[in-house]
Design a protein around this ligand. Structure first.
Ligand code: ZN
Ligand code: ZN
Length: 279
């Protein structure tokens, strides 16, 4: 840990309190968040739980109190993680706070929180795929990147690019995202070109004839052609709209489901893991 300026160490009776519940340790350093909230902390804990806290390059010393780049809600959680006490739950923490905390604990190498933040960031991938992918790539967590990448794909690259640039991702990671998106697009197009046949009924050798199936497939393929290949969301909307008319045939319904899964899933056998995509 970088040594703090000597005047940052304070031992007064009026020291602000430590944010860890029921903490009886002596407050011997005061830290201020970027939004002006002052917390008491303990030099020994900072040294013990963090490899680099507070970092000299992220601290502004103003009137003897180091001001950190982190906001109060992030700093409070960070300090709570630097105690031999039950750690705060991250289950119901808003995503923006979780994401800022995950960045802060990486920056200061707070091992007691890094792994937990990884798990919770991964849990939130469904809702915030681009943020989670960018986090995983930035900190080199390929498993999380591989799990999340397919969720992050969108026809519009603006959100991914702006977040990737803000996070300082390598050009190779940005390029890999575009290559990966192309692989998915091609697989989906291939799925849309196939004309699926009416599924076999249980126990039958051949696909059964069904008057509902062919008109349905024609309608969907025409709609797809009108949309010029259409994105996967549009395909799902088209298929769901027309599938209602076939409710009376369970074979049709299962065939629709299979086709939808093939197209949405991009025949995923042929799709490499994100981190294995060659660029
Ligand atoms: Zn404490
Ligand atoms: Zn049918």
């Amino acid at each position: 840990m970088d040594p703090l300026p000597a005047h940052a160490e304070i031992q007064t009776q009026s020291s602000p309190t430590c944010p860890s519940e029921d903490c009886a340790l002596l407050v011997d350093i005061v830290l201020q968040s970027s939004d002006g909230v002052i917390f008491g902390a303990h030099m020994k804990n900072l040294a013990e739980f963090s490899e680099a806290f507070p970092r000299k390059d992220s601290v502004v010393v103003d009137e003897d109190v180091p001001i950190l780049e982190e906001s109060a809600d992030v700093l409070k959680l960070m300090l709570q993680f630097m105690h031999h006490a039950p750690h705060p739950s991250l289950r119901n923490v808003p995503f923006t706070l979780l994401s800022s905390l995950a960045e802060a604990v990486e920056k200061y190498t707070i091992f007691s929180a890094i792994e937990l933040c990884k798990v919770h960031m991964s849990f939130r991938a469904q809702e915030h795929p681009i943020d989670v992918l960018v986090y995983a790539l930035r900190h080199n967590y390929p498993e999380i990147a591989n799990e999340t990448a397919a969720l992050s794909l969108s026809p519009n690259h603006t959100e991914f690019m702006s977040k990737a640039i803000a996070a300082g991702l390598r050009d190779s990671d940005k390029l890999r995202w575009f290559c990966y998106r192309n692989i998915w697009d091609n697989a989906r197009r291939a799925g849309l070109k196939r004309r699926p046949s009416h599924p076999k009924k249980t126990g039958q050798a051949k696909p059964s004839k069904c008057e509902l199936w062919e008109p349905f497939i024609d309608n969907v393929l025409h709609a797809v052609a009108r949309e010029n290949g259409c994105e996967v969301d549009e395909f799902v909307a088209i298929i769901n709209k027309d599938a209602l008319a076939m409710k009376s045939c369970s074979s049709c319904m299962s065939g629709v489901y299979t086709w939808e899964m093939e197209v949405v899933g991009g025949f995923d056998t042929g799709i490499p893991l994100f981190c294995d995509v060659e660029i």
